[in-house]
Design a protein around this ligand. Structure first.
Ligand SMILES: NC(=O)C1=CN([C@@H]2O[C@H](COP(=O)(O)OP(=O)(O)OC[C@H]3O[C@@H](n4cnc5c(N)ncnc54)[C@H](O)[C@@H]3O)[C@@H](O)[C@H]2O)C=CC1
Ligand SMILES: O=C(O)C1=N[C@H](C(=O)O)C[C@H](O)C1
Length: 268
């Protein structure tokens, strides 16, 4: 079987670098294109230069050239970048794995519309561990129901620009749905001053930013006389990169449609 041809966006980013390293170490995939923004010092350099490796693939700011030989584009950038890349990928019939977070509902609708033309995996967290944690949360929330207060706490590195994390928001959606609430109505994003007592149906979010924390998420179910904490901690970005490659393989035989990592991992 021939290797899956992968193009990457966001070459200089934390995830971009981890993806380049992971693709180069994975025999079932081949790096065929690497994109970075025009103002980047990396343009024209070999994509493996930061690893001391020669790949023969130069970093380019011409998305159409980057996509020309690709089966799948993996994008971990920023919402505005992802939407531009989505447009180019759908023109080329290139499948998409999107790890970027922080989309507005309107931006998400654009991704959904594009999925009628090309298949897309869109997931705020590609790690197997987080996706299994989602299942644990669903079960815990359903069993504990309204007797326990639900709070979601996430911590990330100092460079992260969106809050709460995409993963924390997804966890909120999962637990809200499991207890029959609409997250948009019950979410409380941070507290300050004289807030009054906690309303029982709310789901609170707390965000920590500091240092090089890769990504920690805890969902706290606090009841009378006890509490349950379900926590996932990432120690390396490699699990996200490996998940993204699993997602790319999953898309290989899909003509179109919007999927997430629960689909990829068979966790539905
Ligand atoms: N789904 C998942 O498993 C994970 C998702 N993420 C998400 O991936 C995204 C990137 O994270 P990091 O690599 O840590 O960020 P980063 O800041 O290290 O890298 C961002 C990359 O995107 C590029 N970029 C920024 N704006 C752009 C634009 N308008 N057009 C094109 N390219 C643009 C930058 O040049 C850079 O290469 C974030 O949204 C983050 O939340 C991060 C880790 C795991
Ligand atoms: O920006 C990050 O680093 C991460 N972003 C994702 C998110 O917003 O959930 C996934 C992971 O937590 C790392």
């Amino acid at each position: 079987m021939s290797a899956l041809k992968i193009a990457l966006a966001g070459a200089s980013g934390r995830m971009g670098r981890m993806l380049i390293e992971t693709v180069l170490a994975t025999p079932s995939v081949q790096l065929v294109g690497v994109y970075e923004r025009a103002n980047s010092a990396l343009i024209g350099q070999d994509a493996g230069a930061f690893l001391g490796q020669r790949t023969g693939v130069s970093v380019s700011n011409e998305m159409h050239a980057v996509l020309a030989a690709a089966d799948c584009l993996i994008d971990f950038t920023r919402p505005e970048g992802t939407l531009a890349h989505l447009q180019a990928a759908s023109e080329h019939g290139v499948k998409l794995v999107i790890g970027t977070t922080g989309f507005t509902p309107a931006q998400r609708a654009e991704i959904e519309a594009a999925a009628s033309r090309v298949p897309i995996v869109l997931a705020p967290n590609m790690s197997v561990g987080v996706n299994v944690t989602f299942k644990l949360l669903e079960l815990a929330a359903r069993l504990l129901a309204s007797d326990y207060d639900i709070e979601i706490i996430e911590a990330h590195h100092r460079h992260k620009v969106d809050a709460p994390s995409g993963t924390a928001l997804k966890m909120g959606e999962i637990v809200a749905q499991a207890v029959g609430r609409d997250l948009a109505e019950v979410a409380v994003y941070g507290r300050e001053g004289v807030t009054g007592e906690r309303k029982p149906s709310t789901i609170g979010f707390a965000t920590v930013r500091g240092g090089d924390i890769v990504g920690d998420h805890t969902v706290l179910f606090a009841g009378a006389g006890e509490r349950i904490e379900i926590t996932h901690k990432s120690a390396s970005r490699v699990s996200y990169a490996q998940g993204a490659l699993r997602a790319a393989h999953f898309l290989a035989d899909k003509p179109n449609g919007l999927f997430d990592m629960q689909d990829v991992l068979g966790l539905r």
